[in-house]
Design a protein around this ligand. Structure first.
Ligand SMILES: Nc1ncnc2c1ncn2[C@@H]1O[C@H](COP(=O)(O)OP(=O)(O)OP(=O)(O)O)[C@@H](O)[C@H]1O
Ligand SMILES: [Mg+2]
Length: 412
């Protein structure tokens, strides 16, 4: 016969009272309570969890924590898994608790280890505080701000690189003309030097006046004598232009303004044309229409560069044109000087017209054009207080801009 142990009535009443207390405390809690074992399996959830998720409390029991918690960020997931494994407490871990519809509801989770009566790890107690809409909005805003700042940093870095690339490409483009001009001149000087040496060697043999005359003609000494001064002058001009470009760069980096100068327009137009023609195989007919006394106070280097770019484009466009012609014009208006560079080439198609001033737009083969000439020229004209346009033409192309006699106030 088995004997049912009789609990002292006061102990049973105490236990009952304690259970009542615990369940009324759990029931009154607005925070979510999840109790799990050492393997992360849910043993108990409180009514707040039931209300919050719309899932009956009994359905949670036995499920792994990972089935109901969704860490929103990777680092949070790592944190959660690490703490569950090691049984170390954590606080304020942002997680999503999956509701009956499968949506993750934002909760801030605290976790403490739980021990059995012998002091061994028995699992974890997780207490979650649902985030209010405002808190949620703040946290989303915070995340968005973080993402935005990161994106902004990337953008700044990539824009800096792009700006540097544009600057380098622009400088290379500007340096290319004077350097090829100097290079061409130096090549001619080398040939002239060889001929002068040959002529001097001929003199050493004490030739007759007739033989000397023949040698002089054969070596083209008179042409050399006539050509040498312009060659040297041209080379100096090219070197000066390179030095100007370097000065421009210094000015750009130091943010200083370049002193303006008063100059005659005609020689600037001639030099620009000359520079391009020097490097051109098939020479087009050229015409410069500019009053000799036309003067202005401006940035000579900028103006020169615009004209070189426009003439270079005209010459390039004329490569396959019979009776090719480039015309440069300048005339005084009420407020300043109107300039144009035109050619009788194929002109610019309507499709391309809207894009020619964009950086890197080119219809030329790789290695021939970078698509910066018009972009740079447009900006330079703008700095001079002018506006560069492609004028509509029946045939050929015409680029025009007008600049004031004296520069806009900002340039002084
Ligand atoms: N005179 C012109 N006739 C016909 N097309 C022109 C003329 N000038 C410019 N273009 C067109 O505009 C494009 C852009 O000119 P831009 O000077 O900016 O660059 P690019 O000449 O192609 O290269 P880069 O000047 O950098 O060497 C040219 O590729 C060409 O298609
Ligand atoms: Mg060009």
């Amino acid at each position: 016969m088995s004997v049912t142990p009789i609990m002292p009535t006061n102990k049973g009443a105490e236990l009952h009272a304690a259970q009542e207390l615990v369940s009324s405390v759990l029931g009154a809690m607005s925070d979510l309570l999840i109790i799990c074992d050492v393997h992360g399996r849910i043993q108990h959830v409180n009514p707040a969890m039931e209300r919050f998720t719309n899932i009956p409390a009994a359905s949670f029991v036995g499920k792994p924590l990972s089935a109901i918690l969704m860490p929103p960020k990777e680092d949070a997931q790592e944190k959660l898994v690490r703490h569950l494994k090691t049984g170390i407490a954590f606080a304020d871990c942002q997680v999503g608790v999956i509701d009956a519809k499968g949506n993750p509801l934002p909760v801030s989770l605290n976790c403490s280890p739980r021990q059995d009566e012998n002091g061994h790890a028995a699992g974890m107690i997780l207490i979650g505080r649902p985030k209010s809409e405002l808190q949620q909005a703040y946290s989303e805003l915070d995340d968005a701000l973080g993402n935005f700042e990161q994106a902004q940093q990337h953008l700044v870095a990539s824009e800096k690189m792009a700006a540097l690339g544009r600057l380098v490409a622009g400088v290379a483009h500007e340096l290319n003309n004077p350097i090829s001009f100097v290079f061409g001149n130096m090549h001619a000087m080398k040939i002239y030097g060889e001929k002068i040496t040959a002529f001097l060697q001929g003199l050493d043999n004490s030739p007759s006046p007739e033989a000397l005359q023949i040698l002089r003609q054969e070596l083209g000494m008179d042409r050399i004598a006539a050509d040498i001064l312009p060659l040297v002058e041209g080379t100096l001009e090219g070197a000066e232009r390179v030095s100007d470009i370097v000065q421009d760069l210094r000015r750009f980096s130091g943010n200083q303004t370049e002193p303006l100068e008063c100059f005659s327009l005609d020689p600037v137009m001639r030099t620009a044309l000359n520079w391009v023609l020097r490097g051109t195989r098939k020479q087009p007919e050229t015409e410069i229409a500019c009053p000799e006394d036309l003067e202005l106070t401006s940035n000579k280097g900028h103006l020169h560069q615009i004209l070189v770019n426009l003439v270079q484009n005209a010459v390039d466009a004329l490569a396959a044109t019979p009776d090719a012609k480039v015309t440069l014009t300048a005339r005084a208006s009420d407020t300043g000087v109107e300039l144009s560079v035109s050619d009788n080439g194929p002109g610019i198609s309507k499709v391309n017209l809207g894009q020619i001033f964009e950086p890197f737009f080119t219809t030329k083969p790789i290695g021939k054009g970078t698509g910066l000439g018009l972009y740079v020229s447009y900006r330079l004209a703008d700095e001079l207080g002018g506006h560069l346009i492609a004028k509509p033409q029946k045939s050929g192309a015409c680029f025009a801009f007008s600049i004031p006699f004296t520069p806009p106030g900002s340039m002084r």
